[in-house]
Design a protein around this ligand. Sequence first.
Ligand SMILES: CC(C)(COP(=O)(O)OP(=O)(O)OC[C@H]1O[C@@H](n2cnc3c(N)ncnc32)[C@H](O)[C@@H]1OP(=O)(O)O)[C@@H](O)C(=O)NCCC(=O)NCCS
Length: 202
Amino acid sequence: MAVTYTLIPLHLRQDFIPACIKVLKHEWPQCKAELLPRLENAKCTGLSCSLGLIEHRDHALPKDTVIGHVRFVPVTNRPKAVFIEGQCIDGAKRGRGLGKIIRDRTEEFLGKLGYHEVHLHTDASHKGFYLRQGYRVHKFLVHTGGANLLRTFGDVASWHGNTASRGWEEEYEGPIATEEEVTDGVLGFFFVKSLVEVSTQD
Ligand SMILES: CC(C)(COP(=O)(O)OP(=O)(O)OC[C@H]1O[C@@H](n2cnc3c(N)ncnc32)[C@H](O)[C@@H]1OP(=O)(O)O)[C@@H](O)C(=O)NCCC(=O)NCCS
C-alpha cells in the first residue's frame, strides 16, 4: 500500500485544523491551539503560517490523516531566517521515523520559499533529536514577528525583540524572558540549522 506524506498549509484545508489542535494540545496542554481557526482564516500569502503533516494512503479510509503540525513565523533580525514553532508528531505515532519526515518536509518547504536558516526552540528531552538532525544549539537571540503565538514554551510567551503581529498582542503575549534566561538554557534550547552549504555567522 502506497503511503506518502505532505505538508499542507491549513488555510487551504481548514478541515484539518481540529486534528492539528488535538495534536498540539496533547503535547502542550497550555498552548493556544484553539485559536488556529482564527489564525488560518485569512488567506495566507506568506508567514506566519501553520501546516499539517498529512499521511495519504491510496487504499484505505480515511485516505488523509493529520499526523503532525508545524508553524512558521518570520525572523526579523536575520536575513532569510525563519522560526519554527509547534513542530510536533502525534504522540501515538512517534518512534517510526515521522519526526525525520516532518523535519525533512519542513526544510524542503522553507528552502523552496527561499529561506536559508531555520530556528526553533525545544526542551531538554528533545535536544538529542535535533542534534541528530543537523541542528546546533545557539546562544544568540532571534527577533520574530510574533513567535510562539501558540505558547508552546509554557509560561514564557516572548522574549525581547519578539513582537506579536499587530492586533494579536493581548491574546498571545505573556511574560517576557530575560536575555539570560533565553541564552543559558533555563528555558530549554534554541537551535539553528543552515539550509544552504555556507555556514551561518553567530
Ligand atoms: C521530536 C519529535 C518530532 C520526534 O518525532 P519521532 O517521530 O519520535 O522521531 P523519529 O522516529 O523520526 O526519530 C528519528 C531519530 O531520532 C531519534 N529520536 C527521536 N526522539 C528523540 C529524542 N527525544 N532524543 C534523542 N533522539 C531521539 C530516534 O531514535 C531516531 O533515531 P535513528 O535515526 O537512529 O533511528 C517528537 O518527539 C515530537 O513531536 N516532540 C514534541 C514536539 C517538540 O518538542 N517540538 C520541538 C520543536 S517546536
